[in-house]
Design a protein. Sequence first.
Lengths: 186, 681
Amino acid sequence: MHRLNPISPLGTKQPIKKEFGPYTIEEVNSNALASYSFRKGAERDAKKNIEQFIEGSLPDVMSCKFGKISSFWIGPSQWLIEAPVDMYEDLAGELTKISNSTASITEQTDAWCRFDLIGSNLAEPLSLLCNVDVPSFKGGEVTRCQMDHMGCFLICRDLTNITILGPRSAAGSLYHAVTAALDAVV
Amino acid sequence: MLAGAVRNYVNRWAVTPSQNVAIFTNNNDGHQTARALLNKGVNVAAVIDTRKRKVSSPDYETFSNAVVSNTSGRLGLVSIIVRHEDGSQRTVKCGALGVSGGWNPNIHLSSHHRGRPIWKESIQSFIPDDNCPSGMLVAGSAKGFMELQDVMQSGHDASAQALNNLSIEPKGINLPKVQDDVKFSIEPFWIVKGTSRGWVDQQNDVTAKDIKLAKQENFTSVEHLKRYTTLGMATDQGKTANISGLAIMANLLGKPIPEVGTTIYRPPYTPTAIGAFAGRSRDKDFRPIRKTPSHLWAEEKGAVFVEVGMWMRAQWFPEKGETHWRQSVDREVLSTRKSVGVCDVTTLGKVDVQGKDASSFLNFIYCNGFAKLPIGKTRYGLMLREDGIAMDDGTAARLGENHFVVTTTTANAVSVYRHMEFVRQCLFPKMDVQLISTTEAWAQFAVAGPNSRNVLRKIVDKDFDISNDGFPFMACGQVTVCGGLRARLFRISFSGELAYELAVPTRYGDALIREIMQAGKEFDIVPYGTEALGVMRIEKGHAAGNELNGTTSALNLGMGRMVSKKKDSVGSILSEREGLNTQDALKLVGFMPVNTDDPVPAGAHLMSAGSPVDAKHDQGYITSACFSPNLNCHIGLGFLKSGDARIGEVVRLVSPLTGQDHKVEVVSAHFVDPDGERLRA
């Protein structure tokens, strides 16, 4: 076991959790992330390999699926795979092994900061942050958007739990933007 | 002034623009203003009414069927010229002129919902149509009713309708009867004929002459007229000028006004401060701030930060007793070259390139060859734009047969990634290449200086051989550090010293910088910031953003031979253009002052000894400059015509703006270790 201690994207040892009236914002850094892209000509095998690993089918375009290992569509033939970091610290390494050169895998765990918004009517604060049609969500959607000039993913786990994945280096700015929006609606 | 404004001032605030006011009107409302002025004891010099029928008043002089054709007065109005129908003229002394052209209903709110206004002849203006969105009822003057009795009735009717819509039975009320209601009467009048210009839009200085010109140029549609002349733009959004302008255009076209149409209005209805749109995006929240993985640690060390793109980078690390930035920077440079220094270089763009065609793809992206780069090796690469001009530089490390990590400059990380995606998706859609940015995913530190290997031996786990033989210059590979953490190690150098770049998952970046500093204590390790980084790269003669400035080619940068002729790559053909390959092309060289006390300021231009100082005789310019603590004088990099053939020549450095004019010697761009022995040590 190495001797380096991690810090969260916001620079703390423990992730931050804060309540704003009926809403809660929670920093989550307990998951490993890796991108999984099909290689040309090997799509069928690449799909089969990853679906065995995640124990289910890959989500469709602009969709996500949740389980012990979750997956989000992020682009043509490209998904983000999410798994608990304590079980899959080197998720990218494991995916590389199972892909058997049928897919390109890139570690993305620390590329992102993740804030989960919890509460009912999340469309209200999110309408101040991005132009996504959140009221049309039914659960299981993923989409790319911009919040305060930052490129983010919006992932609807269910209607009371929406994840914002943003650039890790700008975690402080993103947290400020989200909490300012929450402040404005409570 | 608008006559309505004059009336508001006297009625609401007991203020008048003058004690002697004339009114110019085409409707009854102008006479209302005259009466309001008289009621407040202000003299009405005359009311000039354009209407043919005689409108008279016992209280003030009235000129019917007349116009105001001119005014006089320099710092204030002194008199007006009244021109009668028969051409005769008369001067009327006055200190203010109120102009009344009738009232335009406020149709903006209904326009915001895309309602198309309709023309109402009796008031010579547009009113909202009847297709308002559900819940919107327009009443009163906004609906085109101009007499008070009608306005009240309209309000009553609209209220009743609103109640009905809510299934509430309205209680009938008896509306009061208006005594002496002023009948609204207007005759169209758009322009005083015979004037040279005829101001239409006071906000944008649009004149009748401009509208005529728009018609001549065939900008006759109202939308084109607006954009050609700026009629109706700015804060009043055409509230005062639109109808006049459209009417003049209709007249020129020989069409009725409703056929010409009107523009509609966008929000906001009332002028709104730009700050209201900016909202919370101001001061430090104006745009996102990107922090490096070592930001917290750097703050603890008292680093001075500089914004680079959106990144906050440590510029230098002042130590106790240092009162000037140069003291800190010189110390950081000297210490790094003498022993070892560490710098957070996470901000450099990092792009993961994978796939069976990854090497072919890079071979096309970079002008130099990448197809045969061995696994475990890094190569410097130069990207050209389609037009042959240098776009960006960086390194590509081959981590596997089908896996590269490309670095870009901090500033161009996004644009280079976009360019790569363009090539992948549009130029070579059949290539098996996958791209993804990993800039944020890895914390990367440059450890530079003769003792860098000794420091890293305490960080990199023993299983990995980082000796000069085991991990030579430009090597790269996966290693583990600090007892098993996966990491990437690159033996590349921007400073010109023996140097490495070590990358770990970002969450461990803070811990790693502390480990490196601890490990380097016995070697007097120093952290260095972007200033020292800049000084060392200039001393080494590496091109950076100042040199890759969007006007320079590989040839200019001294890398002409890097553009491989054995393959095709972006920009390689157009880099052969005659104009980019002249005999006296600019070449990157170094400059040292003949008098070592003289500065070498960036932006200064270079002239041959004895030549006039003008653009025609310009020989080049300085791009990067610094004080070199190693050479103990200022040095610079710059582009000089045929510079590589002029080493040793003394040229004039001139900066007419700052009055500088002194001699500099043309030298090699590599001030330090020109043979590259240090970085291969």
